[in-house]
Design a binder for this molecule. Structure first.
Ligand code: ADP
Ligand code: MG
Ligand code: MG
Length: 896
C-alpha cells in the first residue's frame, strides 16, 4: 500500500475497519463508515488532515505524491461510475467538501458541480442532456467557485439571480427557465471577468483550485474565531472530500434535505427534518427558501407521500446509524430520481431537553448503559430544563391585546425577553446594559459574537437546521427561526410586521418552545420540570427523564451535594432538587428584615453591655423561629449555620433619617449616634471588623445566635423532628481565634442544653477562606469538627482581587489572556486550589475524621466540582438551582 494521503470511500476497494476521524475528518470518516454499513453513498475519496498540516507548514505546498494519488483515486471513481471527469458528452461532476475532525457548521467551504465549462455544457446538451438542469448546475458552480475560490462576494451573484427572477416574473430559482439561465451564466462570467478573475475552463484546474480553497478556508477569520470560542485546536486541520455529485435539482422527483434521527429540540423519537424539492444542498443550509417538514404531525404530506420509497430508506439508514454509532444522528441527504443518497452523518447537536431525553431513552433501548447516559449530558445543559417559561396568563393577555406579532419555528426552547438588536455588533453592545433579543433576516457565521451576547435569537428566514437554529441550540439559547411575517430592515433600524413597526431598542419576547413572538416584555415562570418537582404536577416525559438521569448520577457520585439556603422556602426548593443538606445558611440575611434591622444596629452600636443585651433579647426569639423553619424543612439532613459574617458597615444606619430613627429608639441624641457611626466607619470593610473578629469583640451576638440554634434544635427534637445543626465560624485566620470561639460556643451550648436537659450533639467548625487559615489548617483542625472552604473570599484574598471591584479590569485580563478565565466562576486550580489541597492534607493530619466541604459559588460549577472531587472533599454546596448540575457534575467527575 503506497497510498498515504488519500483514502477512498463508497463502492469497491474501500478499506474495512473503523475509520480514523482525526485523519479523515468527521465527514470523511462518516462517509467511509456509511459505505461499510452498505448505506448508499456516492463514491469519492478523502484527502487527509495530514495534508492540511503539511500545506500550512510548507507555505502552501503539497506533498510530492499527492497529485498522483488524487489521479489514481479519481480514475477509480470514474471506472466505478462509468463517466469521466472533464469529458464532454456525459461528464462526471464532483463536489469538493471540507471536513474537520470536529464539526464546525458552516465555517468552511464546499463547492458543488465541479467539472463543467462552456464547451462541456454545450456538448452534453447536444448529446441529449436536459439543458435546464445542466445550466442550473453550471450557474451554481460559477457562483460557488467565484465566491469560495476567487473571492468575489456572494451577494454580487445573488443580485444577478434576483434580476433574472424579476425579469421572468418568478419567485424562486427553481422556476427560472433554461433560457433565463443562459443569461445568468453569461452575466456570472462577465462579473468574474470584471473582477479580473476569469473562471478556469480546465476541469482539473477547477478541482485543484477548489481543493486548495478548502485547505485555505481552515485558516480563514471566521473559522479561527469559531475555534477560539469553542476552545478547539488550530492544529488538527481539515480534510478534503472529493465526491461524485448526485442531483437534487434534476426535477420534481429530486430533493435535498437534512434530518435528525430524533427531535433535536425535545428528544422525541422519530425522524425530524426538512427537505426542498428540486434543489441542491446549499439552498437548505442558506435558509433562503423555507423548506418543507419531512414528517409533519398528523399529516400525510411531507416525504411520506411525495418520496415514499426514499423516506423508508432514510428511516432504515437512521436506524442502522443509531445502532452503530449509539447516538442521535444529524444527516444530510439527496434524492436523485427518487433514490436516496446519504452525504453526511454526524452526532447531532441538541438542546439540554433533548440531551437528557435521548440519553435516557437510549438506555431503555439497550443502546447505552446508564453510566454512558450520565457521560452524555453536560451538567450545564440541565439548566435549560430548569429555565423559565412565560407566565401563561400574561401571555394570553398579550395575545388578546394583539401583541403576538409573529410565529416561527421553535428552534431553541426557553423563554426570553429583551430589547431588540438588529445586528450582531449592536447586540453585543446593548447586552452590557440588559438582555437583548437579536433579530435578523437570517444569521451567518459572522454573527457568532452577537449570538453569544443575546438572551434570545429570532430570524425571519430559515428552517430548524439553519445556521441560527444550530448555533442557538449549541449555546442553549431560546431561538425562533423562519418567522416569515417579519420584514427586518437593518438599514432603517426597524422590523415591520404587517402595519406594525418595531424599532431597535423596543422590548420583545420570544417563546422558543412554541415559536411565538410577542411585542413587549413578559415575565417568565417555572419550567415544566420545576412544576413537577415543586407543585406536584404529574410527571411529564421530560421531567421523568430528568429524574432518572439524576438517579443514575447519584449512584455514581462520591461527593455529597448540599445547598446554600437561608430560608425554609429556598431549603424546600433545594430539597426537591436533591440537596442532601445545607452547607451554608447565612444568618445575616435574616437580620436585614425590616422588623429586625434596628435591633441589629442597636446591638452593634451599643456602648454598653446593657444596651446590647436588650437588643439581642429582641432578636433571640426571631432567630430561633428562623432556625426552626429551616431545620424543619431540612429534617433528617445536616444544616450548617454560619454565625454573623459581614462587615459592620453593612448594618450601620446610613443617612440622617436612619440615624435619627435609631437614635430615638435607643433614647440617644442623633448627633451622638452619628459620632458613634462615624467612629465605626472603616476604609476597607471587607478586610475589616467582620466575621469572627466581630464574634470576639462583641461576643454577645454570637452567644445569642448559638443559643437560638440550640433552642430551635431542642424544640424540634421534642416534636419528634430529626435535626442535625452544625455551627460554623466565618473568617478564621489564626488558631487562637478558633480556640477561643470554640470554647465560647461550647459554653453556651452546654448552658442551654443542660438547662433543657438535652443530649444533642452540635458539631462546631470553621470556614477556610483566609489564606492563613489554609496554611495553619493542622492547628485550626484541633478546634474544628469540620472545614468548609469559602472559595469566594479565599479567591479574593489569594489573588488580592476585590470581589466588588474586579469588573473594572477582569474582562480585560481575560481578553488579553492574562487570566484564562474568571477565578470567581471556576476555581483557580493552580493557586487557590493549592491552598485547598494543603488545608485538606493538614486538616486530616491532625483530625482524621474531619468533615470537608465547600460552600463558595464554585460548588455549583462543573469544572470546580471535578477538582473538589479529586482533592477528596466530602461535599459541595451550591445555590438551590444548581444542585442538579452539581449532582451530575459529581457523577461525571468520578468517570474521568
Ligand atoms: P457543510 O459542511 O457546510 O455542511 P457539505 O460538504 O456537507 O458542507 O456540503 C453541503 C451540502 O452540499 C450537502 O449537504 C449536500 O446537500 C451538498 N453536497 C455536497 N456534496 C454533494 C454531492 N456529492 N452530491 C450532491 N450534493 C452534495
Ligand atoms: Mg454538511
Ligand atoms: Mg466569606
Amino acid at each position: 500500500m503506497s497510498q498515504r494521503y488519500v483514502f477512498p470511500f463508497g463502492g469497491d476497494g474501500v478499506a474495512e475497519g473503523k475509520p480514523d476521524k482525526n485523519l479523515l475528518g468527521g465527514k470523511g470518516a462518516g462517509l467511509a463508515e456509511m459505505s461499510h454499513l452498505g448505506i448508499p453513498v456516492p463514491p469519492g475519496f478523502t484527502i487527509s488532515t495530514e495534508v492540511c498540516r503539511f500545506y500550512q507548514q510548507h507555505d502552501g505546498k503539497y506533498p510530492e505524491d499527492l497529485a498522483q494519488e488524487v489521479e489514481e483515486n479519481l480514475a477509480r471513481v470514474e471506472r466505478e461510475h462509468g463517466k469521466r471527469f472533464g469529458e464532454g458528452k456525459d461528464p462526471l461532476l464532483v463536489s469538493v467538501r471540507s471536513g474537520a475532525p470536529v464539526s464546525m457548521p458552516g465555517m468552511m467551504d464546499t463547492i458543488l458541480n465541479l467539472g463543467l465549462n462552456d464547451e462541456i455544457v454545450a456538448q452534453a446538451i447536444s448529446a441529449g442532456a436536459e439543458s435546464r438542469f445542466l445550466r442550473d448546475c453550471y450557474r451554481r458552480l460559477l457562483s460557488m467557485y467565484g465566491d469560495v475560490v476567487l473571492n468575489v462576494p456572494h451577494s454580487e451573484f445573488e443580485e444577478i439571480l434576483e434580476q433574472a427572477r424579476e425579469r421572468q416574473g418568478v419567485e424562486t430559482d427553481a422556476q427560472l427557465s433554461s433560457e433565463a439561465l443562459v443569461d445568468v451564466i453569461a452575466a456570472y462570467k462577465a462579473k468574474l471577468a470584471e473582477h479580473g478573475k476569469p473562471f478556469p475552463e480546465d476541469p482539473k484546474e477547477q478541482l485543484w483550485g477548489a481543493i486548495t480553497a478548502v485547505f485555505e478556508s481552515w485558516d480563514n477569520r471566521r473559522a479561527r474565531e469559531y475555534r477560539r470560542l469553542q476552545g478547539l485546536s488550530n492544529e488538527m486541520g481539515t480534510a478534503v472530500n472529493v465526491q461524485v455529485m448526485v442531483f437534487g435539482n434534476r426535477g420534481d422527483d429530486c430533493a435535498t434535505g437534512v434530518a435528525f434521527s430524533r427531535n433535536p429540540a425535545t428528544g422525541e423519537k422519530g425522524i425530524f427534518g426538512e427537505y426542498l424539492v428540486n434543489a441542491q444542498g446549499e439552498d437548505v443550509v442558506a435558509g433562503i427558501r423555507t423548506p418543507q417538514s419531512i414528517s409533519p404531525d398528523g399529516d400525510s404530506s411531507g416525504m411520506t407521500g411525495q418520496f415514499g420509497a426514499a423516506y423508508e430508506t432514510l428511516k432504515g439508514v437512521c436506524r442502522t446509524l443509531e445502532k452503530e454509532r449509539r447516538d442521535m444522528q444529524d444527516v444530510e441527504f439527496t434524492v436523485d430520481g427518487g433514490r436516496l443518497y446519504m452525504l453526511q452523518t454526524r452526532n447531532g447537536k441538541r438542546t439540554g431537553f433533548a440531551a437528557v431525553r435521548i440519553a435516557v431513552d437510549m438506555v431503555d433501548e439497550n443502546l447505552i448503559e446508564p453510566a454512558e447516559a450520565v457521560a452524555r449530558v453536560e451538567p450545564e445543559q440541565l439548566s435549560q430544563l430548569l429555565a423559565p417559561v412565560f407566565d401563561l396568563e400574561q401571555k394570553q393577555e398579550a395575545i388578546a391585546r394583539g401583541d403576538r406579532v409573529a410565529e416561527g419555528l421553535p428552534a431553541g426552547p426557553g423563554a426570553a425577553s429583551g430589547k431588540i438588536a438588529l445586528s450582531a455588533e449592536r447586540a453585543a453592545e446593548m447586552a452590557v446594559n440588559g438582555s437583548v433579543i437579536l433579530v435578523r433576516a437570517e444569521t451567518s457565521p459572522e454573527d457568532i459574537v452577537g449570538m453569544h451576547a443575546a438572551a434570545g435569537i429570532l430570524t425571519a428566514r430559515g428552517g430548524m437546521t439553519s445556521h441560527a437554529a444550530v448555533v442557538a441550540r449549541g449555546l442553549g439559547k431560546p431561538c425562533i427561526v423562519g418567522a416569515g411575517a417579519l420584514r427586518v430592515d437593518e438599514g432603517a433600524n426597524e422590523i415591520r410586521v404587517d402595519d406594525r413597526v418595531l424599532r431597535e431598542g423596543d422590548e420583545l419576547s420570544i417563546d422558543g418552545s412554541t415559536g411565538e413572538v410577542l411585542a413587549g416584555r413578559l415575565t417568565a415562570r417555572e419550567s415544566e420540570v420545576l412544576q413537577v418537582l415543586m407543585e406536584g404536577r404529574d410527571e411529564t416525559p421530560a421531567s421523568k427523564a430528568f429524574r432518572r438521569l439524576l438517579e443514575w448520577a447519584d449512584d455514581l457520585r462520591r461527593l455529597d451535594v448540599r445547598t446554600n439556603a437561608d430560608t425554609p422556602a429556598d431549603a424546600s426548593v433545594a430539597r426537591a432538587f436533591g440537596a442532601e443538606g445545607i452547607g451554608l445558611c447565612r444568618t445575616e440575611h435574616m437580620f436585614f428584615d425590616e422588623e429586625r434591622i434596628a435591633w441589629v444596629r442597636q446591638a452593634i452600636v451599643a456602648e454598653n453591655q446593657d444596651e446590647r443585651k436588650q437588643a439581642l433579647e429582641h432578636l433571640l426569639p426571631m432567630q430561633q423561629s428562623d432556625f426552626e423553619g429551616i431545620f424543619e424543612a431540612m429534617a433528617g439532613l445536616p444544616v450548617t449555620v454560619r454565625l454573623l459574617d459581614p462587615p459592620l458597615h453593612e448594618f450601620l444606619p446610613k443617612g440622617e433619617r436612619a440615624i435619627a430613627e435609631l437614635a430615638s429608639q435607643m433614647g440617644l441624641e442623633a448627633s451622638h449616634l452619628a459620632d458613634v457611626v462615624d467612629r465605626l466607619a472603616e476604609t476597607n470593610p471587607m478586610l475589616g471588623h467582620r466575621g469572627c473578629r466581630l464574634g470576639l469583640t462583641a461576643p454577645d451576638i454570637y452567644t445569642m445566635q448559638v443559643e437560638a440554634i440550640a433552642r430551635a434544635a431542642v424544640n424540634l427534637t421534642r416534636r419528634g423532628i430529626d435535626v442535625k445543626p452544625e455551627i460554623m465560624v466565618p473568617l478564621v485566620g489564626s488558631t487562637n481565634e478558633m480556640e477561643r470561639l470554640r470554647s465560647m460556643i461550647e459554653a453556651t451550648l452546654q448552658r442551654v442544653l443542660s438547662e433543657e436537659d438535652s443530649g444533642l450533639e452540635i458539631p462546631i467548625g470553621t470556614m477556610i477562606e483566609v489564606p492563613r487559615a489554609a496554611l495553619v489548617a493542622d492547628k485550626i483542625a484541633v478546634y474544628a469538627d469540620f472545614f468548609s472552604f469559602g472559595t469566594n473570599d479565599l479567591t479574593q484574598m489569594t489573588f488580592g482581587f476585590s470581589r466588588d471591584d474586579v469588573g473594572s479590569f477582569l474582562p480585560r485580563y481575560i481578553e488579553d489572556g492574562i487570566l484564562r478565565g474568571d477565578p470567581f466562576a471556576s476555581i483557580d486550580v493552580d493557586g487557590v486550589g493549592q491552598l485547598v489541597r494543603l488545608a485538606v492534607a493538614r486538616g486530616r493530619e491532625s483530625r482524621s475524621q474531619i468533615k470537608l466541604g465547600v460552600c463558595g459559588e464554585h460548588g455549583g460549577d462543573p469544572r470546580s466540582v471535578e477538582f473538589f472531587d479529586s482533592v477528596g472533599l466530602d461535599y459541595v454546596s451550591c445555590s438551590p438551582y444548581r444542585v442538579p448540575i452539581a449532582r451530575l457534575a459529581a457523577a461525571r467527575a468520578q468517570q474521568d
